[in-house]
Design a protein around this ligand. Structure first.
Ligand code: TRP
Ligand code: SF4
Length: 329
């Protein structure tokens, strides 16, 4: 039986954090291990350029580090195809062709576009490339005729646009592209250590590379139930970010115990966080071991990426032949 193809990507804009791990990567690994999907995961380095075009010094390095983290959390290159967008020039060609048929109004009304522009107000994002971001993303997705795109809610408008662009292509030229589905996973809502969204720009993230005392200090600095001023005040685990982490890193019996103790004020937040720090350290150890392995075997990493690129390129070339034929160019 032919496996359904899955495709997703990440921009190499910096180190990955636990929010990325539990919000996206874990799901990528689950889809890989399910066995019924043919998974393609890629580094969206051209997309990183749309916001970081004025400082490109780290994009390449971040891309390789990101793939090292992917391998470390359990993506297996023998099963999933891991590749780099900018190595597959066909993405640029398809982007150009799709940009011819994409109405400007679809891009201008894109909510992610409007939000990002306000959020990244310190950057000049009034570029052609930034407006065209979703067209490039559509090219990424339909190039591989993906059936499903595992993404977070923030990316839903982009997948919706991809669907519209694919339909328009099929209508104008020929039915080449399946209409991709967004695949949303149930993910825990992990906040940064200061209780805001975990984000590199807030400096509140626990990174996949944080270890030992750095990791411990971060966990111990985490915000808890804000109304719990004293140790004798009962706490509310359901609104405590530390508790959300406990639910991931501790077995259920211990989670229940902490929940009870917190409500009865039988445990203090300091002790509670110390306990979590130990468990996160333990939980991350296999990931850190694999990071060490790949960092000392960079040739192997580069070979994995080259193999992934070659696999992706074969498909991209075939798709583009069909596309050129359909457009008659
Ligand atoms: N826009 C995505 C993000 O910021 C990255 C991305 C680029 C992507 N191309 C894609 C995701 C194709 C899924 C499919 O997370
Ligand atoms: Fe959160 Fe633990 Fe403090 Fe309860 S005891 S509020 S779960 S940190």
């Amino acid at each position: 039986m032919k496996k359904k193809r899955i495709l997703s990507g990440m921009r190499p804009t910096g180190k990955l954090h636990l929010g990325n791990l539990h919000g996206a990567l874990q799901n990528w690994v689950t889809l890989q291990n399910d066995g019924s999907y043919d998974c393609f995961y890629f580094v969206a380095d051209w997309h990183a350029l749309t916001s970081d075009y004025n400082d490109t010094s780290l994009i390449k390095e971040n891309g390789r580090d990101m793939i090292i983290d992917w391998l470390s959390v359990g993506l297996e290159p023998a099963v999933s195809t891991l590749f780099v967008q900018s190595r597959i020039k066909e993405h640029a060609e398809l982007f150009t062709l799709l940009s011819m048929i994409t109405p400007l109004s679809w891009l201008e009304r894109n909510p992610t576009y409007k939000e990002m522009k306000t959020e990244l107000a310190d950057k000049d994002l009034s570029t052609f490339g930034f407006l065209g971001y979703p067209v490039l993303q559509a090219a990424d997705i339909i190039m591989y005729k993906a059936y499903g795109v595992p993404v977070g809610v923030d990316q839903l408008p982009h997948v919706e646009l991809t669907r519209e662009i694919a339909r328009r292509f099929n209508f104008l030229y020929r039915e080449i592209f399946p209409i991709p589905e967004p695949l949303l996973a149930e993910v825990p809502k992990l906040l940064g250590i200061d209780g805001r969204k975990m984000s590199k720009s807030y400096d509140n993230s626990i990174y996949l590379t944080d270890r030992g005392d750095v990791l411990k200090k971060k966990v111990e600095a985490m915000f808890t139930d804000p109304q719990r001023m004293r140790k004798t005040d009962p706490g509310r685990p359901e609104i405590c970010n530390v508790f959300t982490f406990h639910q991931i890193y501790l077995p259920q019996t211990e989670v229940d115990e902490i929940s009870d103790d917190c409500r009865k004020a039988a445990v203090g937040c300091v002790a509670c966080k110390k306990r979590l720090a130990v468990r996160i350290l333990e939980g991350m150890r296999p990931i850190h071991d694999r990071q060490d392995y790949y960092r000392s075997h960079l040739d192997e990493v580069d070979r994995i990426i080259a193999d992934g690129n070659a696999k992706a390129a074969t498909i991209a070339r075939t798709t583009m032949e069909e596309v050129r034929d359909a457009i008659r160019i």
